[in-house]
Design a protein around this ligand. Sequence first.
Ligand SMILES: [Zn+2]
Length: 365
Amino acid sequence: MSVCMLKNIQIEVFAFIIAKKQIMRKITIACAVLCTVLMACSNDQEETTNILETSTITIPKDIKLRTAEAFDERINYKLENDPEFAARYAENEAYIEAYTKEEEEKAKSGKRNLPIYTIKVVVNNIYRRAPMAMARIQRQMNRLNEAFAGQLTGRPSGLPSNAERFNVGDTRIRFVLDEVKTRRNQRNFSSYSEYYSRSTGGINPTSPDTRLNIYVANLSESTNFDAGIIGNAGFPGEEDSSLDNVFVDREAFDVRSGDGVFNEGKLLVHEVGHYLNLSHLPGRRTSNCRFDDAVGDTPNSSRLYFGNVNTGSSTTSCGSQDMYWNFMANTDDSEIFMFTTGQRTRMRATLDPSRGLRADLTNAD
Ligand SMILES: [Zn+2]
């Protein structure tokens, strides 16, 4: 893309930054200068695809924390107010407990067989100026598979020496891109459900029982939306299949250069973890060491972590080291790189082709 072709993008972004400082708080001086220089350039509305690759806008760093809290609040609310969901949840937890014991026995006897479970994915991209380039979608899909295959090699500095004691490596869960759907819409959306419905300007999910529908849109440009959230995921057992999708803000989607906060494609890994029945490590109640994520090999924790924690602050709670480098923490993308064996078991229980709540994904044609 030539410099001149960037004119409209940069000016639009710059104006938006001024209007919405609470959402996007940084833009480089270089961009501001560029905006001025570009005033002499000609218009080209079509060349807007790489908007985020040409500026250094960042989302507030604690937004992952707020996103986490929103997820926890939603599930807790349903558990307390929706008896049918609470019953399904309890039944599923009993199943997962039994499944986990069976798997542990099989592992001890050397008889465990872990077939690859492959999930078909539909990416739904609602955009304001230009659709997301296929290369970006493919990079994000590759990152999702690398993460679930335990192939990420980067590690943050300052990890405890035994940090990877429970690193499972390969979950033997994979994702294949089945379809990409795009829709241009510049209206201001005010909820996820609006993105999930054609009648409100979004895109209806495609076969949500048998396909993981991932939505990518720029929440922070939709001024009516609760801008404190950049990701969302349906949780197994939630009843409304039209809402049973994964959402990732366009700015946190894809793998590209940047400061390691949102640019390594790991928010999607985290949200898919929720979709496959994982909670944050403290469970959904912080400040309570008796309530955790129901995973045996993640340490009990009462704290949600966000940002970059390798700055000398305490990283323990409930009497043990917290696993802030786990994909289900809310720290920067550069900090998180692993699932544990127990988390793998929970996800695979959910996908088990005969008993899992998401068996239809595994059995899909
Ligand atoms: Zn989360």
